[in-house]
Design a protein around this ligand. Structure first.
Ligand code: ZN
Length: 176
């Protein structure tokens, strides 16, 4: 990017940050408004939040010259961020302040983020080792677009029903 473009790039990045912050706020307000019983207004807030998040994504792509990070880079970044979770520390601070309910909430949230961190770590390992769509034994794979089931050691290159590429498949599991 040329030097004269630096200001435009900074402006675009700033617009993206604003869009993501606004999107998060709209999603938060949607929860509160739905709790107050105003479901239509809550839905409108939620949708505005989704639109605004898309705007943020567009602006990020624009400011990065449309260079979207690789999936494993995104997974690695998320693992790092979740790994740096401060909630256990916050729980201890709250416990010392004699706020056991707050401490318990932070501890619970920390455990959830720890589980997410482990999940994303495993997915990252699968992507890096090439075992995300290829296992050592036969499995059922489900197309996450159309629901087609396919049995094999590896997911099909494209879905035989809807032509979704392999990346749209996941291992099929029933947990009910
Ligand atoms: Zn399909």
């Amino acid at each position: 990017m040329q030097k004269s473009d630096a200001g435009i790039r900074e402006m675009t990045q700033s617009a993206a940050e604003r869009a993501f912050a606004l999107s998060g706020r709209a999603a938060q307000y949607a929860l509160w408004i739905r709790k107050a019983g105003y479901l239509q207004i809550g839905d409108l807030f939620a949708r505005a939040g989704e639109y605004t998040r898309e705007h943020g994504a567009m602006l990020v792509e624009l400011s990065s010259g449309c260079q979207i990070p690789s999936v494993d880079a995104l997974l690695a970044d998320m693992v790092q961020r979740l790994h740096e979770c401060p909630y256990e520390r916050f729980a201890q601070t709250a416990a010392h302040a004699d706020l056991p309910q707050t401490a318990e909430l932070f501890r619970g949230l920390g455990q959830i983020e720890s589980t997410q961190c482990r999940c994303f770590s495993m997915l990252l390992e699968n992507i890096r080792s090439g075992s995300a769509f290829e296992k050592t034994t036969e499995n059922y794979w489900i197309c996450r677009v159309c629901g087609a089931l396919y049995r094999g050691v590896r997911a099909p290159q494209v879905c035989p029903v809807c032509a979704m590429p392999r990346e749209g498949f996941s291992l099929y599991a029933e947990n009910y």
